[in-house]
Unconditional design. Sequence first.
Length: 320
Amino acid sequence: MEVQQTLTVCVTGAAGQIAYSFIPLLLSGQVFGQVKINLRLLDIPKMETALKGVVMEIEDCAYPLIGDIQTGSNPKELFKNCDLIVFLGGFPRLPGMERKDLLQKNANIFKEQGEALQEVGKDDVKCVVVANPANTNCLILSRYATKIPRQNFTCLTRLDQNRAYAQVALALNKPLNSLKNIIIWGNHSTTQYPSIEHATADGQSFVLPDQGQFIERIQKRGAEVLNARGNSSVFSAANAVKDHIKDWFNGREDTLLSLGVLSNGEYGVQSGLCFSYPIRCLGAFKYEIVGNLELSDFSKQKLKVTEEELIQEQGLAESI
Ligand code: NAX
């Protein structure tokens, strides 16, 4: 997509928590800079009044960058003419709910939204799936919106990557900007593999005092925040959505990024899975998967574990 003066952006789950932190970042220019934003806010019908409240607050911010705003619960109305859709809306895991049921409930939502995209979406719309299970929701969405190039479907693993950078900086007592190429591989779940194998600090490779502890900490960071706060990660998630879109849009030369994208079989991963890889963002929403890194046996085994989980999730989602 060419850099435009105006972008039309839809946020699903727009009455939810992450949307509430993300929308101000979007409308204050922290994602796209000085670009006017036409905003589409989608949520389920029972959130209609809450959405009205969100719109009132947007108005009360008097953002110079805001264009027109539409709200509603029908993706076929709101996805029209969108350049970018941020999928935050999903079915939450309720107490006692089986993982299989969660996957299938969300697969149904993403099937319906994929069909809507196929019917009314722009051919070059870009998609960022955040709602969990993010990788598999993204895969389902892409399956039902076949007219849209597969590179346009991404899911968020940038929060995991940001968490990994922060923990390495603390462990090495180094500034964040001295670090490069920490990679999140695989699923946004507890099987993800946060890797320092290709990372550098001040241009030098490094080891951590306890790599096992680091990996487990990143894998379980969401639960750690949940336990401490009594609520899930919200502004750190919104901040990561901002980073994901901003770097995908503008490009980033200095470091490898992590985004979940549809695999073409790189590193032996089953083709078609939505897998978080080392990614080079090239600008104008273009990217390439960096497919030629040497992996240790330890890393290969970690990739297998997270791939297996994604294959299982795909099977469960397909059984709807
Ligand atoms: P909230 O429960 O606050 O908001 C979700 C919103 O989605 C609600 O307003 C709900 O009504 C709406 N919704 C439900 N079904 C919908 C549908 N069919 N169409 C449109 N909207 C629908 O959750 P929030 O804390 O904002 O988190 C949003 C999603 O992000 C969750 O699925 C969460 O698990 C996921 N996360 C993903 C992360 C990632 O790194 N990939 C990290 C943060 C977060 O946990």
